[in-house]
Design a protein around this ligand. Sequence first.
Ligand SMILES: NC(=O)c1ccc[n+]([C@@H]2O[C@H](COP(=O)([O-])OP(=O)(O)OC[C@H]3O[C@@H](n4cnc5c(N)ncnc54)[C@H](OP(=O)(O)O)[C@@H]3O)[C@@H](O)[C@H]2O)c1
Length: 385
Amino acid sequence: MVKQIAILGSTGSIGKNTLRVIDALGPRYQVAALSAHSSVQLLAEQTRRYEPRFVAVTKADYAERFGASCNGLDVEILAGPDGLVQIAELDQVDIVVAAVVGAAGLPAVLAAARKGKRLAVANKEPLVVAGELLKREIEKNGAAILPVDSEHSAVFQAMQSGHRDEVNRIILTASGGPFRLATAEQIRNVTVGQALAHPVWDMGPKITIDSATMMNKAFEIIEAHWLFDMPVEKIEVLIHPESIVHSLVEFVDGSMIAQLGEPDMCTPIQYALTHPARAAGIAPRLRLEDMGRLTFERPNLETFRALSLGYEVARTGGTAAAVFNAANEAAVAEFLAGRIQFTNIVELIEQCLNKHDVRPGVSLDELLEADAWARREVTELAYSV
Ligand SMILES: NC(=O)c1ccc[n+]([C@@H]2O[C@H](COP(=O)([O-])OP(=O)(O)OC[C@H]3O[C@@H](n4cnc5c(N)ncnc54)[C@H](OP(=O)(O)O)[C@@H]3O)[C@@H](O)[C@H]2O)c1
C-alpha cells in the first residue's frame, strides 16, 4: 500500500535527507505535504519536484513570496505556525516526519499523535519538553512513535532482542563533538566557527552547537527516558569518537546488543519509514575491516556540565525540562549572534533552572508558560554576562 508522508521542516538537514530516502524507496512512498520556515526558494524547488498537495510556510510573511514562486502549481499554501499543525493532521497522511528544529515543532507533533499517525521523530525538543504528555496522547490515540535520532534508532533496534523488563541499561554513544579533549578553561573562548565545525556529522546549526556543549546528549537522555520508558538511572553515556556504534542495550544476562553503521542519517530515517520492514537503502556500507580501532571513553563531566544537568532535569520532571530546553534555545541563539561566549550557554541554562519554581503539572499551557519564562530570563541574563 502507498504511504503518504508529511515532512515538517523539509528544507532542513533531516528534511532534505528524508526526501533522498523517499526518492530511493520508490513510488510506494509519496510526499503529501512539506513545510519550511523561511527557505522559500528551496521549498518551491521541492514543491515543483515532489508535487505535494499541501505546503506550510510557518513564517507567515514568507508565504506570499513562496506563492509567487509557485505560480501555476496545484498546491494549497498554509501560512503561519498553525500550517504545521494542519499538515500534521491531514487525513490522507500516514506518516509525519518531524524534522523541524526546536520546541516550535511541539504543537504539530502533539496534533499528529492525537490523530493516531505514525510519527518519525527527529525533532527531539518536543519529547524533551512534553515527553509525558506526548506519550499519553500516543497511547490514547493508537499513534506510533519511531525514533529518527541515530542513537535512539539504534536502541529501538537493539530493544527488539529482548523484553523491556530484561534491560539492564541503555548506553547512548556520543561523538564528543569538536571539544571532546578540551578542558573547561580551553572551551571558554571558542568561536562560533569552531563550535559549528562538528568532526563527524553534518547537521543544522542549532543541533551542531548542542553537540559541542553536549546539551544534545543531555536531551537524548531525556528523550530515551520517554521513548523507552526507562528510569534515567539505567541510561548511560559513552564517548565514541568514531560514531560507528550508534548505541547499545545491555540485557540482564550481560549481553550487549548494538547497532552499527556509517554515520549517515539516511539509515535511521529510512527505518522509521519502513519499520518493521527493511529496504536496501542509500547509506554507504560499513566495512569493519577498514575501520581500524573503535574506541570508547567516559565523558568529561567537568567540561560538559550539560550532561549532569540533563540527569538532574530528567529526575526532577514537571516543568524543568521545558525550562531546560527553552533556556538552551535562547542561549544558543545569543551565542550564534555573538552576544555571549560559548561556556555562557550552559551557565545561563543552569542559572535559569536554579531560579525556576518547578511545577509538577504537565498540561501544555504550563509547559508553554515555563518555556516563555525561560526564554525571557535568558535574554535578560545574557545582558549581564
Ligand atoms: N541534522 C541531523 O543530523 C539530526 C540528527 C538527529 C536529530 N536531529 C534533530 O532534528 C531536528 C532538525 O534538525 P536539522 O539539523 O535538520 O535542522 P535544520 O537543518 O536547522 O532544519 C530545521 C528545519 O526546521 C525549519 N524551522 C526552523 N525554525 C522553524 C520554526 N520556528 N517553525 C517551523 N519550522 C522551523 C527550517 O526551515 P527553514 O529552512 O525555512 O529555516 C528547516 O526546515 C532537530 O530537532 C535536531 O535536534 C537532527
